[in-house]
Design a protein around this ligand. Sequence first.
Ligand code: NAI
Length: 643
Amino acid sequence: MRNEFIYFRLTLAMKPNKYFVIDFDSTFTKVEAFDVLADISLKDFPDLEERKKQIIAITNQGMDGSLSFRESLEHRIALLQPNRRHLEQLVNILRGLVSESFKRNKEFFQEYADHVYIISNGFHAFIDPVVTEFGIKPENILANRFQFDEAGNVIGFDKDNPLSANNGKVEQLKRLNLPGDVYVIGDGYTDYEIKHAGLANKFFAFTENVERERVLSGADHVTPSFDEFLYLNKLNTAISYPKNRINVLLLENVHPIAIELMRAEGFNVETYHAAMTEEELCERIKNVSVLGIRSKTHVSAKVLEHANRLMAIGAFCIGTNQIDLKAATKKGIAVFNAPFSNTRSVVELAIAEMIMLIRGIPDKSTKMHKGIWDKSAKGSYEVRGKKLGLIGYGNIGAQLSVLAESLGMKVLYYDREEKLALGNATKLKSLKELLEQADVVSLHVDGRESNTNLISEREFSWMKPGVIFMNLSRGHVVDIKALRENILSRKIAGCSVDVFPYEPVSNDEEFVSELRDLPNTILTPHIGGSTLEAQENIGQFVPAKFMDYINTGSTSNSVNFPNLTLPTLENAHRLIHIHNNVPGILAKINQVLAQHEINIVGQYLKTNEQIGYVITDINKEYNKEVIKELRAIENTIKFRVLY
Ligand code: NAI
């Protein structure tokens, strides 16, 4: 089995006669330095916008040939009027705007310092401080030089420098006469010209920041990131596999923030606005490494059979019933969801509802709509000072506890597990004790099967007459018939239900329930967690889990993998081994490593019923043989290496 995520570090593959010539503006950094300089130096000019427009016009004239490059540079500097102070600010900003994939591969520049050149029509004054931090040698930076007056104002530039003239990069490289193969990487036409003039063996069009049609067409390779450049040239140091080669498929209109985050990280992201059928997904899943869905896409065992490269699935929602978790685990695919992203939304609705119910608002509002004016304080109370009984003190229960206390309520809770009380909340030992005391009962248990009918006639009989009862957890937790009777008998003075044993599959289906048309009862269509904020939180949470998993191997919060939170990798290689949970695998891994005299600097193991997850950090170069042997260990499901 070929694992695409393994890439060997070939330290010896670098021929000594290869030179890497790198552009600065929009390649090494994300921006054009002059654009940033304009914002700094022209900040206090009343005609700032006009000057910026003129600068753009001059730049274009320089490009179309109606103005020589040197003239265009002169005009732009005259308009910008920069000084040393401005340049200092510019350097500070540029340091924060180095392209992400360059930042990730800092090691490369240090390791190959003698072979890396920066070539730019920009200026040493702002390029040198930024690139030398990466280990690039000052003598390998080819750029223009400003001339300053005594007060530190730029008054011109070195006109003998070929880089201040048309075709400058070509001329400069000619003079440099590098004694070997020259690989140029840049985003602009002037970079392509080097290849065109026969001075570069290969030109790589860099598209992480900008894409220029004219440049792409002349390129030997289009490289969406520096990782890809290193991968193509067998020079990887920092990461195992270029992220632009990792295909991400996001279905069902996941929040745009998720798409943005995954693209910013360099992944190749495709999106689709709706759910896919099993058949469609079987087709589309091929070559996808990361799949994002919401609740409507079913990821069946059959779909997973077609998933030849899938590493992770993200459910951009709370539930994961739509995914065949067993089959995913068997294939070594980690599944993540967003269990806490809508906690606050549920809590806010619970607070709103308890206040509405204790004041009898649902009935009063219905009457008003029928033209009945029933002004009276009878049966209306404040929540302040009342006892709120929380059943289940997990994410939601605990947060509701804090908010309710701030409203002046006394909080009691009962949880089957040991949970620390927040604030002044009181933990009770039994459900009965809680139900006997609470003025408002709110259910926040999870949906495990054993919680079916957790609240039925017996539990209602323990409650105080006139109690407010709320269920925003799961429908099957409450015996609906018993609930209806207790509402009708007025034992329950107010009730809100957001979740039902059976819920309509779509908005076109009628909602049928014995709870319809009952007094002082708020019914909502399972929208406790449905807010735009929650959607955005989910959109941020799930990609963070994916990235952690891909970049470090961490599986924290995975629903099907043993949860391991790992330190970031420093000066080590990380071997990630997923296997069927049978005894003795760890020993076998270590045996292979020992045979090859590889020293382990850290090792982490966790298992669940189905699989074992072993992370081994090693500090030594290793060869293909080790990888082969580790993968050949019986019961191995998946294996990958991080650098
Ligand atoms: P959680 O898993 O953090 O907390 C559940 C707590 O209930 C745990 O502390 C557990 O020990 C406790 N528990 C389980 N069974 C119990 C029992 N029989 N007696 C006492 N304690 C018991 O879950 P979280 O995130 O707080 O969610 C709570 C519920 O809310 C879940 O059922 C979830 O599905 C539901 N939910 C509903 C939403 C809506 O839109 N209405 C949105 C989000 C969650």
